[in-house]
Structures are given as C-alpha cells and as structure tokens.
Design a protein around this ligand. Structure first.
Ligand SMILES: [Zn+2]
Length: 156
C-alpha cells in the first residue's frame, strides 16, 4: 500500500452514505463520470440547470476537510483546480463558483458551478434558487455533450 495514495488511507465506504453509494457506480461505464483524479472522482452533477455543473467527490469516506491529512487536502485541491481549468476551457463560463459545504451530504465533496450572464440570478449563489427550478434532471443529449467535452479536457 502506498502511504501517499489518498485512496489507500483511512476508512472505507460508509454503508449509509449516499456519496459512497454513488462512487461505487462511478467509472467509464457511468454516463455522468468524468475522471478519476488524484484524491477525487469528478462527475457531472445530476441536475443541469447550470450546464456543466460538476461535483468532485473525495474517493474515500471522510466528513471533514479539516481532518484530512495535508497531502490529501492538497491533492483534492489540485483536482479542483484541474476540473476548473477543464470547465473554463470546455465551457467558457463567466465565473466558476466553488462550493465545499457538507450540510446535506457530509462526505467531503466540491461543487464547481459554471455561471453565466443569462443565469436567473447571476450575482447570487445557486442555492438561493427554488429547488423546483434547480432540480431539473439532465437531458441525455446535453449530458453526453458536456461529458464528452469535459472528459477530453481532463485527459489532456
Ligand atoms: Zn461516503
């Protein structure tokens, strides 16, 4: 076991964690999967009201970023930076919102949300919008297009 491999350290999947359940499905056969990175797994978010919204999940179960060892924190941040660079190159948003919350799903993860001038409330966080608007699912053709463009940038 490589002690510097963030995936090799710490507790395994928590049986009752929806993120760990999601991660068990993530991989090349998953139409939302983007890439396995250093410490995290990047996927397209299941709701695409903000096209290109991505989620980066820590590969192993942990609930507090501050409790991760510094090497894992740094590796996860490099993953955030790489995913953001791919989003900027592939999608050209005006801004990217970076959100590390954990209020609903405690498993450590980041939301990277592309923001555009035509957003319904472009100066506010997306979380202030009604769930009826944001929890819209994802059109398959849009999903496949976004995933192909983001995977291509993440491979480079
Ligand atoms: Zn988990």
């Amino acid at each position: 076991m490589n002690e510097h491999d963030p995936a090799a350290a710490g507790p395994g999947p928590a049986d009752d964690c929806p993120a760990c359940a999601r991660l068990r499905r993530a991989g090349p056969g998953d139409p939302f999967w983007l890439a396995d990175l250093r410490a995290g797994v990047a996927v397209l978010h299941k709701h695409q009201r903000y096209p290109g919204w991505c989620t980066l999940w820590l590969r192993r179960h942990a609930e507090h970023t501050a409790d991760l060892d510094r090497a894992t924190q740094a590796a996860l941040w490099e993953d955030v930076a790489d995913l953001a660079a791919a989003m900027r190159a592939a999608l050209g948003p005006v801004r990217i919102n970076y959100e590390n919350l954990g209020n609903v799903v405690p498993h450590v993860h980041w939301h990277l949300i592309p923001r555009r001038a035509e957003d319904p409330d472009p100066r506010a966080t997306v979380w202030v919008r009604p769930s009826a608007e944001t929890e819209c699912g994802c059109d398959e053709a849009l999903r496949d297009d976004l995933v192909a463009r983001l995977r291509a940038r993440l491979r480079g």
